[in-house]
Design a protein around this ligand. Structure first.
Ligand code: PGA
Length: 254
């Protein structure tokens, strides 16, 4: 059985609460006839509860962009899985390259965060991907191996049944330089083989591997035409609902 596509929007540090609500409402209206594709949006923390309230009746899932792995405590500025859960969140992006690059997150942090997400029944969207330099040095597969092995260390496959892996080559994020669909397919195939070795064939067949990095209305269809590309994590092009809906409805554009 083919995996249901997931198109996810990462709004990063854009939009106040009221701006996020306006975009989410517009997206809910535009996506009311979408049946075959899962949709997720990840507004900033301050907008989560507000947006969650407004999209409750829609098919849009609410995602957070990060969490902290402790349950509670003296961790100024941090947000726990339970806090997200109560705000209506169902998905959480973990280990985005901007978190790794600007906030020093490493694979061990990612692993603890996935554990916290799973324990609160949040769907973890684990981001992995190589930098431009790593690609030039032909270290892409080595880097991905380490991110997957250490990020998913100590888990049983049944604990990760909802896991989504987002392959986001760092050199393609926000640069307009998307990986070619063939490049994406090749890496996604590699990732699927890797998780098959770690967790078995059923797990590998059922786990969604989505692509991120300069996804736009005009390159989504071709990306989605490849067997191992199960969706997209979209930054810039998800900020405007009328633009984002064209990506969500990719299968009507072929
Ligand atoms: P982009 O960002 O679509 O703006 O390249 C993708 C991401 O960071 O998830």
């Amino acid at each position: 059985m083919k995996r249901a596509p997931l198109i996810a929007g990462n709004w990063k540090m854009f939009k106040t609460g009221s701006q996020a609500v306006a975009t989410a409402l517009r997206l809910a209206e535009l996506s009311c006839d979408v049946k075959d594709t899962d949709i997720m949006i990840a507004p900033p923390f301050t907008a989560l509860a507000l947006v969650g309230e407004k999209i409750k009746a829609s098919r849009i899932h609410l995602g957070a962009q990060n969490l902290f792995y402790e349950k509670e405590g003296a961790y100024t500025g941090e947000i726990s899985a339970n806090m997200l859960k109560e705000a209506g969140v169902s998905h959480v992006i973990i280990g985005h390259s901007e978190r790794r690059q600007y906030f020093g997150e490493n694979n061990e942090d990612v692993c603890k965060k996935i554990r916290a997400a799973v324990e609160s029944s949040l769907v973890p969207v684990m981001c992995i991907g190589e930098t431009e330099l790593e690609k030039k040095d032909e270290k892409t597969f080595y880097v991905l191996d380490k991110q997957i092995e250490n990020g998913l260390k100590g888990f049983r496959s049944d604990e990760l049944s909802d896991l989504v892996i987002a392959y986001e080559p760092v050199w393609a994020i926000g640069t307009g330089k998307s990986a070619t669909p063939d490049q994406a397919q090749q890496v996604h195939r590699y990732i699927r083989t890797k998780i098959q070795k770690m967790f078995g064939s059923n797990f590998a067949e059922e786990t969604r591997i989505i692509y991120g990095g300069s996804v736009k209305p005009d390159n989504i269809s071709e990306l989605m035409n490849h067997d191992d590309v199960d969706g997209a994590l979209v930054g810039g092009a998800s900020l405007d609902a009328d633009n984002f809906i064209q990506i969500i409805k990719f299968n009507r554009m072929i």
